[in-house]
Design a protein around this ligand. Structure first.
Ligand code: GLY
Ligand code: MN
Ligand code: MN
Length: 426
């Protein structure tokens, strides 16, 4: 659980980065229409949530920084019995004052008048400048005397790069739920069923354990569909002898997990599947072993490319010297994506990869990233030995960078051929 003190500490840290004589404005997410009279489930903007822990829409957080003081103000929806009857309870100003450690709280109706006052005589305005949100545009229009505009979310996203102990606790909980879901998928009967039936079992496990949402649309891709990286149709029937690539992770209390396992539909890998699987598993284990503070993501990427390419040469998928193959980007045909990404409030966390001088940020204690090598071989690829065609394999874990190395947060999910075969036994 993240305490109100921790949210306050985050706001204090952000406020210190703002110039004197500035106003910072951050808006909550807006509701998005799905079709007539229906909306997508509301999810708070990750940066707004990071600073407030507040889940309601129609809210605004404002920083007013003078020479020797900072004021934080939260605007939120006023209580409205009639609207609450339809859309659920609102916290309201009175209760919000008991909860949030901000300096002042008003209703959203007061925002327009207040922001005018805050902006008077200020030099700088910080907001989410890249957003298409109409509210941002309106505030920018009102800021007539302001000469300098800056993007507040860049500061927030830098802060999000290093996870606190309480954030890691929540990610651990998300991973534990996702662990149960992947093990359920391994146990489940798959042959003759649709991929979406397996997806339903995975997501049942998410919801049953208090994770109301997935962190991204689950991929349940059997056979050749695994070679479509963002396959989410999940509507094929799983066939005896095929592999099923499952990339599924729940979101728990706003924090993501992102796990991929590739498992046999019938519970047992074929010889060819084992051979290909062991190239990817060996790569993943070796890359994870490299993780410690100071190492760069590009080092991990390079290592993955070497190991996957060597493995493909050994299996006759690529022919030639592995260094030449990499130089000529021949491996990209089968390994087209990156080795991993930051993970946190967003599955692809919006924390930066480059510092202010555009140099790559090395790993530091408290960062969380995925490691997800894969190989994807189309069923019609005549350049590849027949037995490997139509197989797509990815293995993905969530890794915390520690003082001297790493902790694989998803270490508990069956991953070796033997572990997966054992878990698959009904
Ligand atoms: N599930 C999205 C990804 O692996 O990046
Ligand atoms: Mn991922
Ligand atoms: Mn994934």
């Amino acid at each position: 659980m993240i305490t109100e003190n921790e949210y306050k500490k985050r706001r204090d840290t952000l406020a210190k980065k703002l110039y004197s004589g500035s106003v910072g404005v951050m808006f909550s997410a807006t509701c998005k229409s799905r079709s007539n009279d229906t909306e997508y489930p509301y999810r708070q903007n990750s940066d707004f949530y990071y600073l407030t822990g507040f889940k309601e829409d129609n809210a605004t957080l404002v920083f007013v920084k003078e020479k020797n003081s900072v004021k934080t103000v939260l605007f939120l929806q006023k209580k409205d019995e009639q609207l609450e009857l339809w859309s659920g309870k609102r916290l309201g100003v009175k209760e919000a004052k008991k909860r949030f450690l901000v300096d002042e709280i008003y209703t959203t109706d007061d925002f327009k008048k207040s922001i005018k006052e805050y902006l008077a005589n200020k030099k700088y305005l910080y907001s989410d400048l890249d957003s298409k949100d109409k509210r941002v545009k309106k505030v920018l229009k009102m800021a007539k005397s302001i000469k300098t505009f800056a993007n507040i979310v860049l500061h927030v996203q830098k802060m999000r790069l290093i996870k606190s102990a309480s954030e890691i606790d929540i990610i651990n909980k998300a991973v534990a739920i996702t662990t149960a879901a992947h093990h359920r998928a391994m146990h489940s009967k798959k042959i003759g069923k649709h991929e979406f039936e397996l997806q339903a079992e995975i997501e049942y496990e998410f919801k049953k354990n208090g994770a109301y949402s997935d962190a991204y649309t689950s991929i349940v891709a059997s056979g050749n569909s695994a070679n479509t990286l963002h396959y989410t149709d999940n509507n094929n029937i799983m066939i005896d002898g095929e592999l099923v690539l499952i990339d599924a992770g729940c979101e728990y209390e706003y924090y993501a997990s992102d796990i991929t396992r590739t498992i046999p539909a019938n519970g047992m890998f074929t010889q060819a599947q084992k051979e290909l699987y062991s190239v990817i598993l060996n790569t993943q284990l070796k890359v994870i072993e490299m993780i410690k503070p100071g190492v760069k993501r590009s080092d991990l990427q390079a290592k993955a490319e070497v190991l996957l390419t060597k493995g493909m040469v050994k299996l006759g998928i690529l022919k030639g010297d592995y260094k030449e193959l990499i130089k000529n980007k021949k491996h990209k045909k089968y390994y087209p994506h990156g080795i991993g990404h930051w993970m946190g409030l967003d599955v692809h966390d919006t924390a930066p990869y480059l510092d202010d001088k555009k140099k790559e940020i090395p790993l530091k204690k408290g960062m969380v990233l995925t490691i997800e090598p894969g190989l994807y071989i189309d069923k019609d690829d005549k350049n590849v030995p027949k037995e490997y065609r139509g197989i797509g394999i990815r293995i993905e874990d969530d890794i915390l960078v520690t003082q001297n190395g790493y902790k694989n947060l998803s270490y508990g999910i069956a991953k070796t051929v033997e572990e997966i075969e054992n878990k698959s036994k009904l």
